[in-house]
Design a protein. Structure first.
Length: 554
């Protein structure tokens, strides 16, 4: 009966896993389909933007050229451009303004103004103004916006563009009102058409559609440079957050140390029976811990063969227990020593202090409530660890260390590295709690780890970095950043890369906004009293093109 129940449970678990995998696959396929559709829309918008620009420049002799441009622009706004109108509607219903709202507004103003000028050109000609049409500008705004969406699609992050849009729109509206009344003030009521023309021109040239390109292009460049350093950035948001980090938390084993521990001493509390080593070997062979691998390797060198076990189980964060001939054995940290209430003699205690003070990790081996042996295992610090810690501290970052080792061992290792704050005897949940406590203090936390026991802490951090992980590795799948090499030397450079990327992003935000503000001044009429110049389609296209080129050039 028990076997039947086990088989049913196994089948249910398998079915559940298959269902979850199928759902994830469908979601990925749907996402990829949306991404391909978005790229096709962007390509179509760009093709029509180029065509409309050519018609604007060379189509003077083409019959009904304005009507042709109008039809093509309407197609772009109705189909590829619908993404912005849908997003703008959602943003306005939520009581906020974003980049999509600005793009939808700018494209609509350019199209509607052009539509009016196509059918009522005499209105402007009577007052000495030229009835320009801006169909290519409307389409270009959509094309640039869609390109930004393509870059932002994975992951879908705004990276500051929406924040700037929320500031930009009220400023733009205020500028338009001011421009209108300045024209009325200087020209009287006869200047109303000029004032209206200038206000509409301001809205046409001001739309900062290229803001959607600034952040993703800078981040893409940063991710490429990280790849040259053999660092894979899976989530571009991590590159932004590194710039704001306050604390870097390291796991000790395999991250600050080489991850290849060796046994340095055996202390037997009982008579050293051959069967004890055989049971110890069989038990440790079931443990994923690097210290267990060191003990297993040492016993195999002695040509010890594993004993047959009746059962074995991993005690998360503590060690392993096994059953042999009806007797329970255990191997692990001193927490197991306390759990089984095993007695530690004064002689062994004195030796223990000496080994831990030298930076050795201690593994306890026991039988029920009886301590059988103490094994000292040492994992050497990486040659670069001390320099990396010092360099990160020089960048203004606090450094912490987490380890499952006892207090004396943790203190010795932290002392060698110059780390003041550390946690010893840390189980996976303790590491996670440590990270969460730092974040509750308002700190931006970066966690660097390399093992399964670090997964919870990595998930809790603002930025998670898996050191020495490989593609397909469980830890690599969960971390935001994967350092393919276990060498930490590139870590300080990664923080420097983040700062450089954010500086580039801010500079390009400023440049893009500056180009549009310059266009706004011309559209408002600052050159009109002397040169008679207001906005022209060529000027509007130039402003938008230059604002797009700046992020690309960097």
């Amino acid at each position: 009966m028990n076997n039947i129940l086990k088989n049913v449970c196994s089948a249910q678990k398998l079915h559940g896993a298959e269902h979850a995998g199928s759902m994830e696959h469908r979601e990925m396929e749907e996402r990829n389909s949306r991404y391909r559709c978005l790229k096709m829309k962007a390509a179509a918008a760009w093709a029509l933007a180029v065509l409309l620009s050519l018609l604007s420049v060379f189509g003077g002799e083409v019959p009904y050229v304005n009507e042709i441009q109008m039809s093509l622009a309407a197609l772009v706004l109705l189909f590829p451009g619908n993404a912005f109108y849908a997003a703008a509607r959602k943003q306005l219903c939520a009581g906020r303004i974003g980049l999509d709202t600005l793009i939808a507004f700018g494209a609509s103003v350019a199209f509607l103004f052009s539509l009016f000028n196509t059918f009522f050109p005499d209105y402007w000609l009577r007052v000495g103004l030229h009835p320009y049409v801006y169909y290519e500008v409307a389409v270009l705004v959509v094309a640039v916006g869609l390109t930004g969406k393509v870059f932002r699609f994975l992951p879908e992050e705004r990276h500051g563009a929406d924040r700037i849009a929320r500031i930009f729109f009220p400023v733009l509206a205020g500028t338009a009102v001011a421009v209108f009344f300045i024209w009325i003030f200087w020209g009287g009521m006869t200047a109303v058409p000029h004032a209206f023309y200038a206000v509409v021109s301001v809205f046409i040239v001001a739309c900062p559609c290229a803001l959607g390109l600034v952040a993703p292009l800078a981040l893409t460049r940063g991710i490429g440079r990280a790849a040259d350093m053999h660092i894979r950035i899976k989530d571009s948001l991590a590159l932004e957050r590194l710039d704001k980090a306050d604390v870097v938390v390291f796991d000790k084993t395999g991250t600050l140390t080489e991850g290849q521990p060796t046994v340095t001493a055996w202390l037997w509390a009982q008579y050293q029976e051959e069967d004890f080593k055989r049971i110890l070997l069989a038990t440790e062979m079931n443990s994923p811990d690097p210290l267990a691998a060191a003990i297993t390797a040492a016993l195999r060198e002695e040509r010890i063969t594993p004993a047959p076990l009746d059962g074995c189980g991993v005690l998360k964060g503590k060690g392993v227990k096994s059953l042999c001939n009806g007797t329970e054995y255990w191997v692990g940290s001193h927490k197991l020593l306390k759990d089984y209430r095993a007695y530690l003699s004064d002689v062994l205690g004195d030796m223990l202090v000496e080994y831990e003070s030298e930076g050795n990790s201690i593994v306890y081996f026991g039988r029920e409530d009886e301590l059988l042996a103490i094994i000292a295992v040492k994992d050497r610090l990486k040659a670069t660890a001390s320099g990396v810690v010092k360099e990160l501290r020089g960048q203004g970052l606090d450094i912490c260390m987490l380890t499952g080792d006892g207090e004396r061992t943790a203190s010795a290792i932290a002392g060698k590295l110059g780390i003041i704050r550390y946690m010893s005897d840390a189980q996976p949940e303790d590491k996670e709690a440590f990270i969460r406590e730092l974040r509750l203090q308002g700190k931006k936390v970066v966690m660097v780890g390399d093992g399964v026991n670090d997964a919870q802490a990595l998930a809790a951090a603002d930025v998670s970095i898996a050191a020495g992980a490989s593609a397909g590795d469980g830890l690599a799948d969960k971390a935001m950043i994967v350092m393919k090499s276990a060498d930490l030397q590139s870590l300080p450079r990664l923080f420097g890369l983040s700062r450089h990327t954010l500086r580039l992003m801010r500079r390009n935000f400023f440049r893009t906004t500056a180009f549009h503000l310059a266009g706004v001044l011309v559209a408002a009429g600052i050159l009109y009293p002397v040169y008679g110049i207001l906005l022209t389609p060529m000027l509007a296209v130039t402003v938008i093109a230059l604002s797009c080129i700046m992020p690309v050039k960097g």
